[in-house]
Write a new protein. Sequence first.
Length: 385
Amino acid sequence: MNLSKSRPFHIASLLIVIIILAGLGSSLLKFKNSIQDIQKNVGTTPHEIRYQLHQSISQVALIEQEMWLRKRYSLPYNSRSMINRTEQLKYRIVNIRGTWGALDTNLDKSHLWKEIDEFEKQTLALETLLRSPFDDELEYTRQLSYQVLKLKIVNAEMFSQGSKFLRHHTENYVTKLSNVATAINVLIVVFILFLGVLSYFLLLIFKQRNKLNRLSKEDPLTQLYNRRQFNVHLRQAVERYNRTRTPVTLIVFDVDFFKMFNDSMGHVAGDKALQVISKRLASFNKEISGLDSYRVGGEEFACIYSGLEYEDGQTLAETIRTAIEDLSIPHKLSTISDNITVSVGVAHSSQFDVATMDSLYSAADQALYQAKEHGRNQSCQFKTD
Ligand SMILES: Nc1nc2c(ncn2[C@@H]2O[C@H](COP(=O)(O)OP(=O)(O)OP(=O)(O)O)[C@@H](O)[C@H]2O)c(=O)[nH]1
């Protein structure tokens, strides 16, 4: 994977994620507002309007009833009580206007305003009549009954128009509500899909990252740690030694006469032999806690072990050397054995006042050279002068 090429892809993915999240956020906000809107315009406000309309009906019914009682018991009509009732009706009209005004609807309300105006006109006419002096009681009673009747008729009309309007309005909102519900369903599906796609891409990115991370540390032929990781670990071990005096043993070894092995057996067999040796080293890593093995060159390997004393370094080197010989990989052209052997060099941090990566590595390499010089298939410890 080309990292420089994948950067625009990552930026684009990030932008898409941000846009989708922003879209989801604003949709949820709209959804919350819609719910509040529906609550107000389908619940609270229509309920209040219905209450006001019913109140006006009962108020007019009370006026009519009082008229009838006054007629029956020959009481005066233009009493304070009757005038009070019309005043309450006027107050009711103000409330009716207010509640209708608060209803947020896209339906035309103009005919409702006309009904309310007419109702108010008839209420005022009744009030004027009640406040007016009269001479002819019979005629006055007739006019009053007629006015109450008119008031009752416009009241009934206002009530029926209002109820009809509220029914349409509610149906309208229920449609809107079902649209909102559909939108929410779509939103949920989109969100789930988005989460699915996001998880898939995240998984892909993590897998790629892990793979890249592993490849940057691993030797492709043997799956041992590579030279780069060897450098990192050796630097850390040496720094720790200089800080805390935790001893570091460095073992480097090289297959004997490997050129001849390749020449006689072929490169593929050479590769296979390197893999078999590496597998044995990998099992050492598991068996000996704190030991790490590396392929540091073509047929050159290294082991780092922190915590081992100087005297035990060569014992470990010998263990590794004999284990490789015991693999019994036939080497026909070797002049020292029938099988593949290795020569090993060992260096120990205690051999330096201030150890460095280079000094330790160069010491182990010198010891390896000594092992080769002395006939191969053996291990040598670095000797200080
Ligand atoms: N098959 C195979 N051969 C490799 C690989 N890397 C290096 N080699 C071979 O390892 C051989 C190393 O040869 P030399 O450095 O001459 O050492 P040698 O033949 O092992 O002899 P001494 O080290 O002196 O015992 C070369 O022929 C390289 O081609 C690899 O990955 N696979």
